[in-house]
Design a binder for this molecule. Structure first.
Ligand SMILES: Cc1cc2nc3c(=O)[nH]c(=O)nc-3n(C[C@H](O)[C@H](O)[C@H](O)COP(=O)(O)O)c2cc1C
Ligand SMILES: Nc1ncnc2c1ncn2[C@@H]1O[C@H](COP(=O)(O)OP(=O)(O)OP(=O)(O)O)[C@@H](O)[C@H]1O
Length: 261
């Protein structure tokens, strides 16, 4: 995983690039990655997935739920499993947010990554005030010598499959709908604070308060989510009636079925 453009080796060859937040790496993202791999295979190039951390909407203070479906490490891990060669995590700062679409293309796609092919979803926007889109990429690509593909959006349950859709499923406590959109159960990582309680990173996306059937590091367990008053997901708590292990132990928790909310 490259953390920033300074990690890109000077002799990195030209490549196919896909761009976005990719939180949760849902089925729509997997479809986009498949298209990127196909574009790369046609020309025998490696693939790079460019992602942003923290979530742009959080940095820009937009009134959106940006609770994390996955850590950036897990996002990168899933992308690698799907066949992506390198993941480049760009720290999303206010300085980056002020870059125009043309500056982003020149600095990131052309000069640092040597993109020969750029593949994004049809709804992708980038650059200051989100002013750039697929057509902008096409225009700039013609000038800089890369091709652009805008991939049709994959649906999920009649809506566009999106990280926002998955967060909505979790907020309703519908973990099966979240599984359908993600292509796998929603998973969070935490640390046992005692035999029964799990501490999670601030901003981790959890399903709404209720009881769920799940798995803790592969072991079936009942999971109880309780939420202190207020919308802040950091205030959510995860509790398991069965003893799970020793305090300090790192655990992976999957939500499989809703038992009652
Ligand atoms: C260089 C750059 C500047 C951006 N500036 C803004 C901005 O000023 N306002 C905004 O709402 N989003 C901005 N964004 C966020 C994008 O519009 C978009 O949400 C982000 O690239 C993630 O794309 P995705 O939502 O399709 O994954 C910027 C993105 C990039 C790459
Ligand atoms: N359903 C989809 N099918 C194909 N491509 C998609 C789909 N959803 C998003 N993409 C593309 O995946 C990349 C990453 O997008 P992004 O992380 O914004 O996903 P998202 O699910 O739309 O997130 P959010 O709901 O938070 O806006 C972008 O290029 C985007 O256009």
């Amino acid at each position: 995983m490259w953390r920033g453009l300074s990690d890109v080796p000077a002799d990195w060859p030209s490549c196919a690039v896909t761009i976005g937040v990719f939180d949760g790496v849902h089925r729509g993202h997997a479809w986009l990655i498949e298209n990127t791999l196909r574009a790369a295979a046609e020309t025998g190039l490696p693939t790079v997935l460019v992602t942003f951390d923290p979530h742009p909407a959080r940095v820009l203070g937009l009134p959106r739920d940006t609770s994390a479906l996955s850590s950036v490490e897990r996002r990168a891990g899933i992308a690698r499993e799907l066949g992506v060669d390198r993941v480049c995590v760009l720290p999303f700062t206010l300085e980056l947010a002020r870059m125009s679409p043309a500056e982003f293309v020149e600095n990131v796609l052309v000069n640092a990554l040597r993109a020969a092919s750029v593949v994004v979803g049809a709804n992708f926007t980038f650059g200051h005030r989100g002013a750039g889109d697929v057509d902008t990429l096409r225009r700039l690509g013609a000038r800089h010598g890369f091709t652009t593909r805008g991939v049709d959006l994959m649906p999920a349950d009649g809506a566009d499959c999106s990280s926002t859709h998955v967060r909505g499923c979790l907020q309703r406590g519908d973990v099966l709908a979240a599984t359908r959109a993600l292509g796998r159960p929603h998973e969070v990582a935490g640390v046992l604070t005692n035999g029964h309680e799990v501490a999670l990173s601030e901003g981790t996306a959890l399903p709404r308060s209720g009881r769920y059937a799940g798995a803790v590091s592969g072991r079936a367990a009942e999971l109880v989510v309780t939420r202190s008053p207020g919308p802040d997901s950091a205030a959510a708590r995860l509790h398991c009636p069965d003893a799970l292990g020793a305090p300090g132990e790192a655990v992976r928790i999957q939500f499989l079925e809703t038992l009652g909310t």
